[in-house]
Design a protein. Structure first.
Length: 216
């Protein structure tokens, strides 16, 4: 479990792709402090297990399912990635509960300056948009952000200068892909309420529905 508060930008040192899997070797410093073989690290929002490590680098295995459902397959040597160690019980929950299990991939539609902030429009599949609400939480490449608005085929978020500078979103342009994980609690609420899950195509979860049933 993670918080979506990126600890540092890592650097891809090697990506080895096999027929149905892969291995990533990354450079990082802060996230290796206290990390052991078998620990989890979120890489662009994807929870992966450390299988080898040195003072400044670590290696993770990437399964076929992960390559198919995330943008990790697009990484190249030298690319920057968002890194976060798994949540500890004594850690401040500065973002929101993030599982590191990516729901799907979106793409950057537009970036617009607004005061000190940068507003991002992110294209996303309808099945993911149905789990988003204005002022709700979303993890984009592992970054915990607040949804501004949800439209028919995209949603918007706003980045303060710190987030723009210290995460990969500040390095990405129009058309770049991003990993998306919708709010964990919202998905469980939808399941318990008998609504459609992300694997289905309908959009039954809405702000009006949640208000009617006392959730907001």
């Amino acid at each position: 479990m993670f918080t979506g508060i990126v600890e540092e930008l890592g650097i891809v040192r090697a990506l080895r792709l096999l027929p149905e899997s892969g291995q990533l070797t990354l450079e990082g410093k802060k996230v290796l402090n206290g990390t052991q073989i078998g620990d989890s690290i979120a890489i662009n929002g994807v929870c992966l297990t450390v299988i080898r490590q040195s003072d400044r680098e670590f290696t993770v295995d990437v399964m076929a399912e992960t390559l198919a459902k995330t943008n990790l397959i697009e990484l190249k040597s030298g690319n920057h990635v968002n890194l976060e160690r798994a949540l500890q019980l004594q850690t401040r929950l500065g973002g929101h509960l993030v599982s590191g299990h990516v729901d799907g991939v979106g793409s950057i539609r537009r970036i617009t300056p607004w005061g000190i902030a940068q507003v991002y429009e992110i294209l996303a599949p309808p099945t993911l948009l149905s789990y988003m609400l204005p002022k709700g939480s979303i993890a984009i490449d592992g970054i915990s952000l607040t949804v501004i608005d949800v439209e028919a085929d995209y949603f918007t978020v706003s980045l303060i200068p710190h987030t723009f500078k210290e995460t990969t979103l500040g390095l990405k342009g129009i058309g770049a892909s991003v990993n998306l994980e919708t709010d964990l609690i919202g998905k469980y609420v939808a399941r318990f309420m008998g609504l459609n899950t992300i694997d289905k195509g309908k959009q039954d979860l809405s702000l009006d529905f949640l208000s009617e049933h006392g959730f907001v």
